[in-house]
Design a protein around this ligand. Sequence first.
Ligand code: HEM
Length: 386
Amino acid sequence: MEQFALDSGPFAENPYPIFARLRREAPVFWHEGLEAWLLTRYEDCRKLNEDGVNFFPSYDGNPPIPYVQQLSGDPHRRIRKMMNPAFTPRALMDTVEPALAPTAESLLAPFLPTGRIEIANDYGEPMATRVVSKLLNVAREDEPWMVKTADDLLEAEANPTNQALQAVYPKNLADLRAFFAARLDEERKAPSDTLISQMVAAAELNEEELLANTMGMVVAGIETTKRLISNLIYLLVTHPEQLQMVRDDPTLLKPAIEETLRIHSPNQPIMRYAQTDVEFGGIAMPRGTRIYGLRGAANRDPDVWPDPDRFDVTRFLERGLPPHLAFGVGPHICVGAYLARRETAVATEILLKHATNIRLDPDHEVRFVNFRNRGPKELHLLFDAA
Ligand code: HEM
């Protein structure tokens, strides 16, 4: 199969036909731009993601910053163990859950009299931001700056050839670091009942680890959740019969979220380095090889998911399905998965409660961002206030 660009052309417009061709014709494909092998079959992607011994997210297990997602083996387990308790449904019930519905209500309120809303940036993003801010005890007035800086860092990482983004990368990184260093100091002086204070109080993490993992939460928890909220609402609005099913039976919201995660996985690449000589699809890859698994392709593999391009809110009612890969599998499985599902459920419930006859605004074409995070750039809707 021929080479293709990731951030322009047909792939950027709609990657799914290319994923299908890759799975069929070149399930192990050398991508010249990425200088890496791309895997698109479910079983291959799952193995890459699940096996934390033969595949590390960093070249040799010693990443430049000690962020949990980049670490492997014991250093990974140590930090992950410290984070897990704050993200259990029980812990979140006391900390974040009570704020979810009031947050969604207050974000939606100004739009109700207008009958129009842009979901991605005016609803999904602030919803996800408030939650991370709550975990890290970030003041409301610092949120826009924090999100913009984190977005620019992510954009720069996703576009290594964009000179403008690369030029501001070091300053953005230094600014975000300084911001969280100050936050950590404030928590030391006046502890709060939030995750960041627990991280400080645990006294198991040194300053570098605290910084990497507070900043990491901003990068991991906001854009992804923004995309999931937007993807679900987009899919429901463009599949009115499925939306009606969810309105008629609200218990279908949960499987609808899983189906959304499968069909438009917000976070796409599983990036790993082989730690031993490995093999995929009969192709030998020496230790040190960089390999990407594409969650969006794996989650539509017809060998695993019948009629994979069909959005079906009842699909995940079936028991015994294999896991979709949207939150990862294995040691790095998303620590915020339950939280993200709750945020998305509440944001959607509140929208459906207050809005009927929800439809795409014909004056705005829906364009998607694709490779790193899949979701609409903007999602303009019209509705009648209920
Ligand atoms: C829909 C929303 C989300 C999606 C799709 C998502 C996706 C993922 C995925 C795919 C991974 C595994 C990465 C890998 O395999 O290397 C991951 C890890 C992680 N996620 Fe999420 N995430 C979401 C929300 C959140 C939230 C809300 C938080 C926290 C507030 C969070 C924090 C993390 C952290 C800290 C890790 C690293 C865990 C580790 O390496 O052990 N995520 N996420």
